[in-house]
Design a protein around this ligand. Structure first.
Ligand SMILES: Nc1ncnc2c1ncn2[C@@H]1O[C@H](COP(=O)(O)OP(=O)(O)OP(=O)(O)O)[C@@H](O)[C@H]1O
Ligand SMILES: [Mg+2]
Length: 247
């Protein structure tokens, strides 16, 4: 069966200064429909670079990327924007909501670009999504009027607006307290149980423990890819796995 995500021998080389930086140094990885993957590794190991390429926010220097069977490694920015809008959802550490814009309008945005729904349908879907992430009654609040955890829930609702098969998250709990982090991870778990594929970058073992598969990177390479055959891992098991991978 074809993989949802398939990257082969991928490089991302930054030529700034005298020494080129190999942010990705020959990475191959496949992700199947419905997986919940955590990408881990120390600072500078290439996690965000990888996620940005997987999410069609950036292109590799070299290598192939098949997304849903389509080669996307060498597309124009306009083509990538089109693919992102239809197939991918994003959740970032800093929420990336439009300021001075209501939660409702932030959630509507992906369909405003796409234009699949009419005004009433769009509003209804955005209302439903906000209710589903626990923000009923907060629709008219702007990001500044919401807590960090609430802003991240708006971002998740926005990510779901166009029904993407995959959601990418880069340190989604990086700016949140423990309680909000757990709420956000429970939400991701629900989405995963509904069959949405999730690829999440985190360097926190307890957050990574929510994922079913663990990919550990170092110096732009995959050091370990643990598909979690033995069921859900504890935080301690994740710590151990990362320690072994980087030993
Ligand atoms: N736009 C860029 N220009 C030049 N070098 C870059 C650029 N983006 C990333 N790098 C370099 O590529 C390497 C990988 O960076 P990346 O941001 O992917 O790491 P990361 O694993 O996400 O780290 P962190 O945990 O700190 O977020 C680093 O050495 C970084 O300095
Ligand atoms: Mg990063």
């Amino acid at each position: 069966m074809a993989h949802l995500i398939e990257i082969r021998d991928m490089y991302k080389i930054y030529a700034i200064g005298d020494e080129p930086v190999h942010a990705l140094d020959g990475v191959s990885l496949t992700v199947d429909d419905g997986e919940f993957v955590a990408i881990m590794g120390s600072s500078g190991s290439g996690k965000s670079t990888m996620l940005n390429i997987l999410g069609c926010l950036d292109v590799p220097t070299k290598g192939s990327y098949l997304l849903d069977g389509i080669e996307v490694a060498r597309r124009t920015p306009t083509e990538l924007a089109h693919i992102r809008n239809r197939k991918l959802g994003f959740v970032f550490q800093n929420f990336n909501l439009l300021p001075r814009t209501s939660a409702l309008e932030n959630v509507e945005l992906p369909d405003l670009y796409r234009g699949r729904l009419n005004v009433r349908e769009r509003r209804r879907r955005a209302m439903e999504l906000l209710a589903r992430v626990g923000l009923r009654g907060r629709e008219r609040h702007t990001p500044a009027q919401l807590s960090g955890g609430q802003q991240q829930r708006v971002a998740i609702a926005r990510a779901l607006m166009n029904n993407p098969p995959v959601v990418f998250a880069d340190e989604p709990t990086g700016n949140l307290d423990t309680k909000s982090s757990i709420e956000i991870m429970n939400l991701f778990t629900e989405l995963s149980n509904e069959g949405i594929t999730i690829v999440m970058v985190t360097h926190e073992d307890d957050i990574a423990a929510y994922a079913k598969r663990h990919v550990v990177m170092r110096d732009g390479r995959v050091m370990r890819d643990d598909r979690g055959e033995g069921g859900r891992k504890t935080t301690e098991q994740v710590s151990q796995l990362v320690k072994e991978a980087l030993a």
